[in-house]
Design a protein around this ligand. Sequence first.
Ligand code: C2E
Ligand code: MG
Ligand code: MG
Length: 370
Amino acid sequence: KLLQQISTRLLSCTRQEDTTARLGGDEFIILMPEIQDPHDITILCRRILKRLEIPHTLSGRDYTVNVSMGVTIFPDDAETPEGLVKNADIAMYRAKETGKNGYQLFTPSMQETIMKRIELESRLSEALCHNEFVLFYQPQVDLKTQQVVGAEALIRWQKPDGQLAYPDEFIPIAEESGLIGQIDHWVLKTACRQANLWREQTQRNFKISVNLSSSQFSQDEDLVQRVNRSLEKSGLPAECLTLEITENAVMSDTEGAIAIMTRLTALGVSIAIDDFGTGYSSLSYVKNFPARYLKIDRSFVKDIPQDSDDVAIAASIITLAHNLQMEVIAEGVEEQTQLDFLTQQGCQQVQGYFYGKPCSAEYFEQQFLS
Ligand code: C2E
Ligand code: MG
Ligand code: MG
């Protein structure tokens, strides 16, 4: 019904000589012959945006949809139907990236960006085969005892040319291309193995935190099995593993996510909600998360204690967590003053450059475990 309503609205925006078609799914194509002035295209795009902005009523309820449009021009951008559709698609993805509602005209530089992306994708899958990923470890310090009680495993890509790439540069692409499943699996196995070695060496309890991509969390049916197998293979006790998930991972399918979290906690694994406060979770759901830790995002810690808003937010998150029987880990602690404030508020653990940057396993061992 929604698609039908959208079709009707699209038709009301176009001219007699235009063709409007649904390509499949939620994708439509409008073919506009005889455009005299390129300016007419932007006028049409704006008209469509305005028309589709009005909520759709279905069974008495209002729904709003977001629209992204890509425009390509014959024969300037491409000369074949396939080429035109491909370019329009590329431009549409760019529109999607830049905002929820909008349109983009195709430019040749978009083509370059796409080519770079495709190249990066294939290099990422080579990187997996050639073992080019490494894990860095950042200490997590207990504020009561001032001891390093664990580490967060953070992935790096050691490229063949010697450059070290950070997750922000490749994780989003790995997520889009579906490689993230294999990468996260590798991280999980490697981190569990390393943590168990350290536990045996030091004869101390040591907790390792591993980040899980949001796509993994919502899609991967055998995640629980995979975690279980990594624990068994490495010998690491389940209570030494924490899985970090962001709020957004949980919000797209909250019921499903809570079910997976419950199965993971039944294994003995802890769950941490990463980057808390930056996503869209609603408090009524947070209440139901079987999570043990809330991690306060660095953006709220950065300007403590100068910024009174951040002070209030950090203090509130700590109170909220404690009222829900969760422990708090503050991220990105760089200054003594931040540490003092967090200690005074009753925050349990911190992580940040103040105690140590993420570093190689060897360095971590020398610096924090001997
Ligand atoms: P995150 O899990 O929130 O990790 C914390 C990030 O903050 C890390 O960046 C860390 O290096 C940085 N950081 C820690 N302390 C400080 C500090 O005091 N000051 C500043 N300026 N930064 C600090 P990194 O390693 O670049 O990781 C970025 C994000 O990439 C992570 O955010 C996580 O969401 C993702 N990520 C990292 N490793 C993995 C992985 O193995 N799998 C998946 N799926 N995602 C990962
Ligand atoms: Mg994390
Ligand atoms: Mg974080």
